[in-house]
Design a binder for this molecule. Structure first.
Ligand SMILES: O=C(O)c1ccc[n+]([C@@H]2O[C@H](COP(=O)([O-])O)[C@@H](O)[C@H]2O)c1
Ligand SMILES: Cc1cc2nc[nH]c2cc1C
Length: 339
């Protein structure tokens, strides 16, 4: 079954209800195993939650992490015409070349975290439309980018790490968050790659102009994605849905990746149940956004890079969680007195 059929958003929406649910039995068995391991109950904190989460989505009380896939989606944005980006738009393609040559932060982190990295560049020479002038994408363009994101997912992976690259996309992410979750544009606009106070104020004005122009789209998250989003945001949505269809757990990255996935949240409260937030980043809207979708970042390292870097770092914590879950002795095995 393809999730992104030709007829459009209506058919996609109808198919969301059929996506798989977590395996409560496997999660319960993982929790029971955690309670039998040689430590005071709960002493491994969120590592115990991670083990149960992985068990629930893999449908196995002893989850694996043999195959970790990392996907970085890259896109370009017409909104750069408004001067919201300190770096020039060419940097998107230049960084894609850098990813492919192995020279970016995400390459180093995927290597040490044991993730297989793929970079998907989406029509970089055809930026989306400036959303203050019209919808950023048509429904067809949005679905095509979602389908590209879905097609990149390895259905046999044990975990999927998501990241993005797109000059100007901190404005796109803030606009999506403003449109989906309300508040003022100032609540969501931040420095991105390094805009000063004047630059952040400009972003907020641009976002308000976009939201006002597309007021008719605000009730429909997929219409919001088309009106204000970009190809890499749509691809992230598609990848999150394809991962869910294959029961592959997902680690989200920073503000921009989270804002893309957050488009799915209003479409069904548990559509992001197979996702964890790798970190809470330094972009000021990130914490507020995680609160809005009911997630809590695993790490808090002051990151503001994107590329999937925070998610790749979180994979190392996840490996630690599963190593304990799988390798620790039980009280009975080790002959340790159980309180
Ligand atoms: O994801 C984040 O938390 C994050 C925070 C700040 C910047 N970024 C990255 O910076 C780029 C967008 O910033 P800007 O200033 O061009 O809008 C884009 O390539 C993102 O990957 C990403
Ligand atoms: C150099 C550079 C690297 C990045 N990686 C993700 N976003 C980025 C933005 C810039 C400007």
């Amino acid at each position: 079954m393809t999730l992104f059929p030709a007829p459009g958003f209506a058919t996609l929406r109808a198919r969301l209800a059929a996506l798989p649910a977590p395996d409560a039995t496997a999660a319960e068995a993982a929790r029971a195993r955690q309670d039998s391991l040689t430590k005071p109950p709960g002493a491994l904190g969120r590592l115990e939650d991670l083990a149960a989460f992985m068990a629930a989505w893999q449908g196995d009380a002893r989850p694996r992490l043999d195959r970790a896939q990392a996907l970085v989606f890259a896109g370009n944005h017409g909104i750069c015409a408004q001067g919201v980006n300190p770096f020039p738009q060419e940097v998107t393609a230049q960084m894609v070349a850098n990813f492919r040559a192995g020279g970016a932060a995400i390459n180093q982190l995927c290597r040490v975290a044991g993730a297989d990295l793929q970079v998907v560049a989406l029509d970089l020479d055809r930026p989306t439309r400036d959303f203050t002038q019209g919808p950023a994408m048509t429904e067809g363009e949005t679905l095509a980018a979602m389908a590209a994101g879905a097609a990149a997912v390895d259905a046999g992976a044990d975990v999927l790490i998501l990241g993005e690259m797109g000059i100007g996309n901190s404005t796109i992410a803030a606009a999506l968050a403003r449109a989906l979750f309300g508040g003022r544009a100032e609540d969501w606009a931040g420095p991105g790659t390094g805009a000063d106070a004047g630059g952040v104020a400009l972003k907020a004005r641009v976002i308000e102009a976009g939201v006002a122009r597309h007021a008719a789209a605000l009730a429909d998250p997929l219409a919001v994605l088309a009106a204000l989003g970009g190809r890499e945001q749509a691809a992230i949505c598609g990848a999150v849905l394809a991962a869910r269809a294959a029961r592959v757990p997902v680690i989200l990255d920073g503000f921009i990746c989270t804002a893309a996935a957050a488009v799915l949240h209003p479409l069904g409260p548990d559509l992001l149940a197979h996702c964890i937030a790798g970190h809470t980043g330094a972009e000021p809207g990130h914490r507020r956004l995680l609160d809005a979708i009911g997630l809590r970042g695993l790490l808090d390292l002051g990151l503001r890079l994107g590329e999937g870097t925070g998610a790749a770092l979180a994979l190392m914590v996840l490996r630690g969680a599963l190593a304990c879950h799988d390798g620790m002795a039980t009280f009975a095995e080790a002959g340790v007195a159980d309180g």
